[in-house]
Design a protein around this ligand. Structure first.
Ligand SMILES: [Ca+2]
Ligand SMILES: [Ca+2]
Ligand SMILES: [Ca+2]
Ligand SMILES: [Ca+2]
Length: 608
């Protein structure tokens, strides 16, 4: 990436793309609009299990889930481009809200007056919506703004994961009262208004109390329902610095937080869409990766509680793209995390390509190389959320990506007008009134999802349609969880103005697995040295088996507006023996489990 990025990049890349787009916008391209980028006629999902080791079945209806997301209606000054400005908010996060060992699902809606859902897992394959009863349903009132997503973490170490809800509007924290009710934490110290599309729980200072990163998208000074003017869009398509501010809420205990972003070096006005926190350097402190729209990604490394932005130095912050996802996975089984960022790719028009940032160099000072193209996971359409997980239990992490921006007319596309705006000057781009009316046109609509299977030899193969993923909704958020405690990872997908989908996974017989539920040792809501947050967020497990190793970590949010189950799931292939599992807790404690039994969930508490 580095060699071809002189200073002219700023204008050069966009201009090249736009000119190219103009030249290529021939009738033949327009006719092709709406067809999948990779047409695969093979629908033989019956053979998928034997061929690929798994198949996915849409079990939404059988699970009793009937949720359809609705978008917001923003200020009428934006009516002409409403389908694209109101194109986010469908989100799903996994939580075991009542500690019964079964993963539950929190799902956001975004229409004014709509209700969020909490699907409690009944353990028989079905779910019941208990959000209303527990007091976390009606959270999309016009005066508070509407939901964009949620992340769960046990900020007071009482054993129950608490809810942080972020909106285009007021962010809010809800205490989980023993899985039976929720109490709004009114004096948490959160801002009255921010336009947020990403948040993650992390214990950035290692005091045993979970802190909270919150990333703004639109500036917090903007109320999208009461615009003073229409100059609220990005000032540039590649180097926009007029987005929302970043917040780092340090947990003080007692349900109170202090905003410390400036003090700890975490400031940015880029348009954040996704973030993930993990110890990428083996220092014991979680680093923070932020994927930004209209610009470069940022990597804030954490030096004992103080952050330093090293995107450019490490390579991840070099090429400005559209940054709509941040997820991590040890794709080579080498004990290190790669970072996956999704962007925009439209055949013949705009080929940003998604990024897989693979680390090399010394552990404490990694540099990253984009290997997405080499590994076959660069082209995913107008990509949004993606997650790593071993879907076929063969011992290698696979990648499930959802996509599609605005699916409306099946014949008319907005791409040409979009390209004109993207190639315009700052005055054009930053003022919504200069954006051409969208009407009923689609923009990268009806796209085929990607289910990329890792072959373990440095390449991924898209098997989505073969394993049963054929939906063409506008995918936003995907989360992975073992919903039936069967030792397989199911997929839950939240679609913008579309249905929530639950794909049940069936893995071929004869493939072993091992899972770890980690619980940190802190039992107090005051800072306690020597123990870890009870959610175990930031804990790492390195599994050694069959001559290889794989590292995974518990995250407090990843992907796009999503959170996977906190339980760590490892596929083992046909190997039935595990040499050892090394658990490294956020407190710094290390625990070695020798020869843990496969095909079961190991519940590990941090030792005193
Ligand atoms: Ca549960
Ligand atoms: Ca709690
Ligand atoms: Ca902390
Ligand atoms: Ca796999």
């Amino acid at each position: 990436m580095k060699q071809n990025l002189p200073a002219m990049t700023r204008y050069g890349r966009v201009l090249v793309i736009i000119l190219f787009a103009g030249l290529l916008f021939t009738p033949s391209l327009i006719r092709r609009f709406g067809q999948p980028a990779t047409a695969r006629a093979d629908q033989g999902s019956a053979n998928a299990q034997s061929q690929h080791g798994f198949r996915l079945t849409d079990a939404t209806r059988a699970a009793g889930i009937d949720f359809v997301h609705e978008g917001p209606t923003l200020d009428s000054k934006l009516s002409h481009i409403m389908p694209q400005v109101a194109s986010m908010g469908a989100a799903v996060s996994v939580v075991d809200v009542d500690r019964d060992g079964l993963s539950d699902l929190y799902v956001t809606d975004s229409k004014e007056g709509s209700k969020n859902r909490l699907y409690r897992n009944k353990g028989d394959g079905t779910f019941e919506d208990v959000a209303e009863r527990l007091g976390i349903a009606a959270l999309n009132a016009p005066e508070t703004g509407v939901s964009m997503g949620a992340v769960w973490g046990d900020y007071d170490n009482d054993g129950y994961d608490d809810l942080f809800l972020y909106r285009w509007g007021r962010p809010e924290l809800f205490h989980n009262d023993g899985g039976r009710a929720f109490t709004r934490v009114t004096d948490a110290g959160l801002p009255a208004w921010a336009n947020v599309n990403t948040a993650v729980w992390l214990d950035f200072d290692g005091d045993g109390l979970l802190d909270l990163f919150v990333g703004g998208y639109y500036s917090e000074s903007i109320n999208l329902w009461k615009l003073s003017d229409t100059k609220m869009m990005p000032e540039s398509f590649e180097y926009a610095n007029n987005g929302g501010r970043k917040y780092l809420f340090r947990n003080l205990g007692g349900g109170r937080f202090e905003e410390v972003s400036e003090r700890v070096g975490l400031s940015s006005r880029r348009w954040a869409l996704a973030a993930v926190a993990a110890d990428l350097r083996g220092t014991g402190y979680p680093d923070l990766f932020i994927a930004n729209d209209y610009g470069v990604s940022e990597l804030f490394v954490n030096d004992h509680g103080h952050f330093r932005e090293v995107g450019r130095d490490t390579g991840v912050g070099y090429a400005p793209k559209s940054g709509m996802n941040a997820s991590i996975g040890d794709v080579f089984n080498q004990g290190r995390f790669a970072i996956y960022v999704s962007n925009i790719s439209e055949e013949g028009i705009l080929l940003q390509g998604n990024n897989l940032w693979v680390p090399s160099g010394g552990g404490n000072a990694p540099t990253y190389e984009n290997m997405a193209r080499a590994m076959g996971i660069d082209l995913g359409g107008w990509s949004f959320g993606a997650q790593f997980g071993d879907l076929n239990n063969d011992g290698f992490l696979d990648l499930y990506l959802v996509n599609g921006y605005v699916s409306a007319s099946k014949t008319e596309s907005y791409w040409y007008d979009y390209s004109k705006v993207a190639g315009g000057n700052q005055v054009v781009i930053s003022d919504a009134k200069h954006w051409p009316a969208m009407g009923d046109r689609s923009l990268a609509g009806y796209q085929q999802k990607r289910v990329w299977m890792n072959d373990g030899a440095g390449h991924f193969v898209d098997v989505a349609q073969m394993v049963g993923v054929t939906d063409r909704y506008d995918g936003r958020s995907i989360a992975l969880a073992d919903l039936s405690n069967r030792g397989v990872i199911d997929a839950i997908v939240a679609n913008q103005r579309g249905p929530l989908l639950l794909y049940r996974n069936e893995v071929a017989p004869g493939r072993a697995w091992i899972d770890f539920d980690l619980e940190g040792g802190c039992r107090s809501d005051t800072a306690t040295p020597g123990c870890s947050n009870r959610s175990g967020i930031g804990a790492q497990v390195t599994l050694h088996w069959n001559g290889q190793q794989q590292i995974q970590t518990v995250t407090g949010g990843s992907g796009f507006c999503a959170q996977n189950q906190r339980r760590l799931h490892f596929g083992l292939g046909t190997s039935q023996a595990v040499e050892k599992a090394v658990v490294r807790w956020p407190s710094g404690k290390t625990q070695v489990l020798t020869s843990p039994s496969p095909n079961q969930v190991h519940r590990i508490e941090e030792p005193a």
